[in-house]
Design a protein around this ligand. Structure first.
Ligand SMILES: [Zn+2]
Length: 66
């Protein structure tokens, strides 16, 4: 039940280019090149995201991508 509430909020935050953990603007995060796009580390909570080349959308990095 809890998960059903959290998922849309996280999706919305990512669509805004914001960290799902703390809401920080990911454009201010630490950027590194990555085979799948751009790897971005949140400076506040150190969550790792991937910005995909094709869509330009942010998503959480998969375990094997970290
Ligand atoms: Zn964060």
């Amino acid at each position: 039940m809890f998960k059903n509430v959290i998922a849309p909020v996280q999706a919305w935050l990512l669509s805004q280019g914001r960290c799902v953990g703390c809401g920080s603007d990911l454009s201010a995060g630490k950027k590194e090149s990555h085979p799948n796009g751009e790897k971005i580390t949140c400076l506040k909570c150190h969550r790792i995201f991937i910005r995909e080349i094709d869509s330009g959308k942010f998503r959480r990095a998969l375990f094997e991508e970290v």
